[in-house]
Design a protein around this ligand. Structure first.
Ligand code: ZN
Length: 275
């Protein structure tokens, strides 16, 4: 658990994602360009791998989930199941106590525990929450539907808990969204104005790999519009570096999940903060 001012932040893991060859995820990056990062941004076997997770942000007034993981599975790449709900339980918060579910974007690995299906009926995993989803993402995936959208986003509308948001949306006076479109049409970060000095941002899929802190023009195949995602990424990284923001990442491994961007000899690097 991290405590920043009056806010508590818990990493809520779901499971480890698929091991992938970096050149299939970043087809425009030469293999040799990865060499500088192999000791810390890749597995020993040269693959890259995302952790699938969300976060619980506790303010004095609200329990806010940021994304809900990939879901229980089963999965082809592992015999393990998604453990998001169990890991939420471990931090001592009941699903009923969540009052906001903030979705950074509507890809499957960020929405997988919104809903549980029982006897072909969708049931909310967080029955007292407002679900905050980007209007741009919703409109886009309504026209380009996939199973995850059909199973985990569309039912929110039927169940009357879907809140479509855009621009700068306030959850509380000191917690608001930062539109960072590009990874998806409506990708959004969540900003916390901890106090006069300290600021924090949840970045969803603004970036996937630690190497992108330095190589912030690198775009994975998952980015919907790479011009837009690059502008969003470089813009937010610059702000975060200049203003010393704390960043809660969507996919870095646990011990590196939360950190800051620092400069060594004019080159930007990731500097993790330990729990
Ligand atoms: Zn993701």
């Amino acid at each position: 658990m991290f405590k920043f001012g009056e806010y508590k932040i818990h990493i809520i893991n779901d499971l480890l994602g698929v091991k992938r060859d970096p050149s299939t995820v970043y087809p425009n990056v030469k293999k040799s360009d990865w060499h500088a990062y192999k000791d810390f941004a890749q597995n020993k076997d040269g693959t890259i791998q995302s952790t699938w997770r969300g976060y619980l942000l506790q303010s004095p007034n609200n329990n806010i989930l940021i994304d809900t993981g990939m879901g229980p599975g089963p999965y082809e790449h592992t015999d393990k199941k998604g453990m998001f709900l169990q890991n939420l339980k471990k931090v001592g918060v009941l699903p009923e106590e969540i009052n906001h579910v903030f979705i950074t974007h509507t890809h499957g690995d960020h929405i997988g525990n919104n809903i549980i299906w029982r006897n072909n009926n969708p049931v909310l995993n967080f029955p007292n929450a407002k679900y905050l989803v980007s209007k741009f993402d919703f409109d886009h995936y309504l026209d380009n539907q996939n199973n995850e959208f059909i199973e985990q986003i569309l039912p929110l509308k039927e169940l009357n808990v879907l809140n479509l948001i855009s621009g700068k949306f306030y959850i509380e006076d000191k917690i608001w969204t930062l539109p960072t479109n590009g990874h998806t049409p409506g990708h959004q970060c969540l900003f916390v104005n901890i106090d006069n000095k300290n600021k924090l941002v949840f970045t969803g899929d603004l970036f996937h790999n630690e190497a992108q802190i330095t190589e912030n023009l690198w775009c994975p195949i998952f980015d919907w519009d790479t011009n837009m995602s690059t502008i969003s990424r470089t813009g937010l990284f610059n702000l975060a570096f200049k203003n010393d923001w704390i960043i809660c990442t969507g996919h870095l491994e646990d011990k590196k999940a939360v950190g800051k961007i620092i400069s060594r000899d004019g080159i930007l690097f990731w500097d993790p903060i330990q729990q």
